[in-house]
Ligand binder design. Structure first.
Ligand SMILES: Nc1ncnc2c1ncn2[C@@H]1O[C@H](COP(=O)(O)OP(=O)(O)O)[C@@H](O)[C@H]1O
Ligand SMILES: [Mg+2]
Length: 278
């Protein structure tokens, strides 16, 4: 199904006219995942959504970003990563005079072309990974770097899918500022359901989203889903445990090879349709 690509239009359709002025520039659709904890299915869902976008929009430019220092999206998509954003950052710091005292913006001015080296071309999409900074102290630096990279690359793509790290650090640091479609992933637990509402409150302040919604993942059965209380958030999709995904995971197979009737593929598709992306 054809849907207006630019979120200027999407925002209007969603009734977010108050955000209109921010959307005058043509920018891609940014789909990002957030959750309080790891292991809820963000990375698997991000991979499946890249697959669905590539299949639905073969002529569009799609970028997948592994923004989690814990790394994972490259694994579920079987992408071989040579260079990460963090590698480039280290190189630039070494080569530029006074590199370690410069800000992310200043450094990136020097490294525009190098960043393109870190973009891996895949069949139907491009991929870039933030990398794994060795020292914990680097995390906030790499996040400001990532934010600039997202800005730099955004006008070259129609769709950007971001697999973020667990927790709200990247929302707080405004890495997710430009995200247009924010997907909050949770399990069925009471705590999980409360936390997505807290994340929404933070996102209301710091993310210029057009649409926000919840994907309930690894839900034991549909009756359990009915008991979930996520306040005024929209429940985009309920996904049960998927044996085919579990098998792919054990064998290290690309989520692109999951069949259309795999539970996670159907569930991810439903979420995209509900947000008007497919
Ligand atoms: N619906 C599901 N059914 C079965 N296994 C799942 C499902 N969703 C995720 N998993 C598995 O759970 C584990 C954690 O998922 P992952 O996507 O890495 O979560 P996160 O990125 O939130 O840490 C992985 O082994 C993944 O294969
Ligand atoms: Mg992950």
């Amino acid at each position: 199904m054809l849907f207006p690509l630019w979120h200027e239009t999407a925002g209007k359709l969603a009734g977010n006219n108050h955000k209109k002025e921010m959307h005058m520039k043509k920018e891609p659709l940014f789909i990002a995942f957030a959750s309080q904890k790891g292991g809820v299915g963000k990375t698997s869902l991000a991979g499946v959504i890249v697959k669905l976008l590539v299949e639905a929009y073969p002529d569009k430019k799609i970028l997948a970003i592994d923004a989690d220092p814990a790394v994972g999206l490259s694994t579920v998509l079987n992408v071989e990563v040579d260079k990460t954003i963090d590698d480039i950052r280290k190189e630039v710091i070494k080569n530029v005079e006074g590199g370690d005292t410069k800000t992310a913006v200043e450094l990136l001015g020097e490294a525009k072309y190098e960043i393109m080296d870190a973009v891996v071309e895949q069949d139907g999409y491009a991929f870039i990974a933030i990398g794994r900074p060795e020292t914990a102290g680097c995390y906030c630096k790499i996040n400001s770097y990532l934010k600039e990279v997202i800005t730099m690359l955004s006008d070259k793509f129609d769709y950007v899918v971001i697999d973020g790290e667990a927790g709200i650090e990247q929302i707080n640091r405004r890495v997710m500022e430009k995200v247009t479609h924010l997907l909050l992933v949770t399990d069925a637990s009471k705590k999980g359901c409360q936390v997505v509402q807290t994340i929404k409150k933070v996102a209301d302040e710091l993310v210029m989203y057009d649409r926000i919604g919840v994907i309930a993942n690894r839900i034991p059965d549909m009756d359990v889903a009915k008991l979930m209380d996520i306040g005024d958030l929209e429940l985009l999709s309920v996904i049960q445990s998927d044996l085919k995904l579990a098998q792919a995971d054990v064998l290290g197979e690309n989520v692109f090879n999951l069949p259309d009737d795999a539970i996670i593929v159907e569930g991810a598709k439903k979420a995209l349709v509900n947000m008007g992306i497919l």
